[in-house]
Design a protein around this ligand. Sequence first.
Ligand code: SF4
Length: 375
Amino acid sequence: MKKDLKVDYNIEKEEQKKISATAVGNSQLGDIVEPLLAWYDTHARVLPWREHPAPYRVWVSEIMLQQTRVEAVKPYFERFMTALPTIRDLAEAPEDVILKLWEGLGYYNRARNLKKAAGVIMSDYGGHVPETYEELLKLPGIGSYTAGAISSIAFGYPVPAVDGNVLRVLSRVLESHEDILKQSVKKHFEELLRETMPKERTSAFTQGMIEIGAIVCVPNGKPKCEECPLESLCLAKRHGLLDSIPYKAPKKPRKIEEKTVLLICSSKKAAIRKRPDQGLLASLYEFPNTDHYLTADEVREYLEKEMAALGCRVYPSQSNFIYFDTGKDPAWIQEQLMEKGIRIGAFEMSRVSVGTMEECKLYIKALKEILEAAE
Ligand code: SF4
């Protein structure tokens, strides 16, 4: 139920802050619908998943777009749809095939959950993506944003989809000083949008909100307010608060783990091992590594013990292994290397190629770049 509350823009700033997004939002938000839809009609980007917004395509695209740029997703999406054009294909494909199609996109649990959810859709929903927000939420890998996006874009239900883009736009339009990383704030914005969304054109509304956040009220850099259809309604713009909104509480300091990563090379091969089935980068391959920094002697001891367990002997010499510490999670390093196109046998054992001196040099050069970029 919308509240009929008028906002006096002349009151002091501190007083304005006390007016929560609830009060302002309910009175203001209905006004965004018309300009938003008109703008989307003329400014929406042409994207492969928008051309045929079938539920399966919308679902896969939304999962790929999580934490990933649109331009990076495009070729992956096309390739995925060509290889696995139906939900049945996805459900029946071996996990290795799906991971290979996903290779380089990162956050591999997304791909595993897609396969799991496809299995559930085949067994429980007759091979059809469920339509409602509530049913979609039951599928592996689908949270409130993705459920809202699929339901509103593919099926026309007036349910909101609030991602980082939408949080940014709404917090500015409403001049909300709340921490947008809080779940309670996201929930509140979802409620506001649920009251605001038109019953028709739900797909354009959802995509329009996301699109403004992606290309006008941009995540990094200055918002392009002069191009924004919501400019006349935007309170943060009106009050010169674009630097402080959206507000994010400072992050806790990063936890640094001490590790020693072993690059154990023979003339043609390097040792890798599979990570546990659960947790970070589950089931992927990595260089052997240990907790804490080890000295050269400790590394030798470690290797002797590990190799003895495999029935092998180690001939300790400085030249048959390289050890170093990076202060970073080795799994993260591995993912960064893969994104740089350095394949270290994560999925194709037959292509393990780190091992020649040239390849080791390439590896170490890339590693340096990654660590410098992470500073
Ligand atoms: S007017 Fe500017 S700050 Fe406000 S939503 Fe539009 S782009 Fe963002």
